[in-house]
Design a protein around this ligand. Sequence first.
Ligand code: ADP
Ligand code: MG
Length: 449
Amino acid sequence: MKVPRRAADRLWNHACSRIEQELSQKDFQTWILELTPRSFEDGLMTVEAPFGLYRDRIRQVYLPALERAVSEAADHSCRVEVVVGSSVGTRPANRRWSPPAGGQETGRKVTSPPLKSFGNFIVGESNRMACDAARALAFGEAGAGNPLFLYGGVGLGKTHLLLAIASELRSRARKVLYYQGEDFTRKMVDALRNDRMDAFRREFRFADALLIDDVQFIAGKKRTQQEFYHAFNLLHGAGKPIALASDRGPLELEKLETGLRSRFQGGLLADLGPLDTELRCRILRSKLKEADLELGGDNIENLALRMTGSVREIEGLVSRLRAARSQSGGRLTNQVVESLVVPYVGVGCDVDIETIVKTVATHFGITREEILSRSRARRVAWPRHVAAYLCRKLTSASLPEIGEAMGGRNHSSILRAVRSVKDSMSGEAALAERINRLETLLGRGSQFS
Ligand code: ADP
Ligand code: MG
């Protein structure tokens, strides 16, 4: 069904506001803002890019994010096709997305640098094995472990490595299927509902490689796992590369079907561990360079020593530095760093709200959409409260920001949720214990409680 152009524009605007959260301001402006929605029909959003190179780059780097954002905005699984625009130059100004007023650099997390490739993946002790294995798979080296199962805590580079594999394979014209675990489920459920399972399966038959990110979100969903098992066997049997990423190893994914577990176990398992200070320093240096920020050597080491978490934390720090620089007239003096940046380092802002919501949803056996919904049923309301509590505790987001990200709720309802969880925890040790375990899963030990 074709929807009117205005509706397509509106959907595109919604999708843009989601993507904007994921990209740096610069990438968002350079790449996404240049796209113009053309039509939306049967779940296919067609957008125009100004010229061919542009289109290729969008396809190569941003397509999964675009499809995810449009699917989320439309509330069902959608595809995005990028074409070179015929209407370039005649584009009405109002068809372009305009960021909401007040959206400035400050406080916006950069979660996605320009292009995830092997070239900009910094290797150290904790991620060398994973990176070597990913390279071997991507370059088709003899004896490469297949399937490759990458696992480790949040923000340590699993998605980066999967995307690097994808981009390497695509540069050699291989057809790569990359799915986030949840999108896989969503797409399958959609196909089932619309009687399109054949088309869904055909996609796998013609793929040259299969990459599934956040496999933990597939575990526990019976039908999805069956379908995934088929896809897996199809590609694996044909010797095509398969890589998976998860926050836990296959043995710790409790609700994983035995067939899948043994398949995963039979491949190469590579974990990404916590970063040591030396690696943190090198990553920080490289991210500062990417962001065109200068900082004295001592400062870099001091900051790296204070940090506790993942690369996400480093990226959060870099955006804070960038914000501090613009607040202080474009110069990052030691004093500015001391007062505006240092106090926030190591207090943890390395998980994002979306990850918390998804992890809590999986933990309670409900969907992300249910958490964000208006339902007041207890099976949904309690997990929602827990998610709000964890967002408050583990991120640097304000109450209104949490409310906004959790389905457009107001700050007082978030505050009530946080209080109710705190109260319940202080009365019930078992409950407190369960929530602490969730925290550990999100990459934050109980030493921060
Ligand atoms: P995960 O999927 O493990 O949660 P990501 O791959 O999303 O983590 O990594 C979080 C961010 O940190 C991404 O922007 C990613 O590009 C960056 N990153 C992670 N590891 C490295 C690394 N070794 N070198 C450079 N950037 C990295
Ligand atoms: Mg990831």
